[in-house]
Design a protein around this ligand. Structure first.
Ligand SMILES: [Zn+2]
Length: 153
């Protein structure tokens, strides 16, 4: 609690205002119309809302190279598709299809793979950009690639 230097009223929040060179601690009513150099007692300046807004704009997506990530992680520990499939209680054919990116793993399968291989298959993609990045409908010809390479210089 702070006591107002002008009216003596106690309040939860006090405003430090400079008046004629003197720093005074004032209640809200007395500080009205003045520019406080400091606000005392204000504990929650509303943090976290910005964070939530950010989260709302992002949607987790399965990474575009999920098959590659699974295979290289599996290769790194020298595990065959058969053994891995058994470990996570899935069909080997399912696992192979996922590795070849012919099938998107559902949530259960994805979590099992992430846990078993210690990899991450999800990433936050800002909304709007997600479809552009994952579309892959635009065929890339060698000519396109050459032009792109040329432009990079
Ligand atoms: Zn006051």
């Amino acid at each position: 609690m702070y006591d107002c230097d002008i009216c003596g009223r106690s309040s939860e929040i006090a405003y430090v205002v400079e008046i004629e060179g003197a720093m005074m601690t004032l209640c809200e009513r007395c500080a009205k119309g003045k520019t406080p150099t400091q606000v005392l007692g204000e504990e929650r300046p509303r943090k976290g809302t910005g964070r939530k807004e950010l989260a709302d704009q992002e949607e987790p997506e399965v990474v575009s190279d999920y098959g590659h990530r699974i295979r290289s992680a599996r290769d790194a520990i020298g595990m065959s598709t058969k053994v891995l499939a058994e470990k996570i209680n899935e069909k080997e054919s399912t696992l192979i299809r996922v590795e070849n990116q012919r099938m998107l793993p559902d949530e259960t399968l994805r979590k099992k793979l992430e846990r078993e291989l210690g990899i991450k298959l999800m990433e936050h993609v800002p909304r709007g950009k997600a479809s552009a990045a994952g579309g892959g409908n635009t065929p890339t010809t060698l000519w396109d690639a050459a032009i792109r390479k040329e432009k990079k210089k």
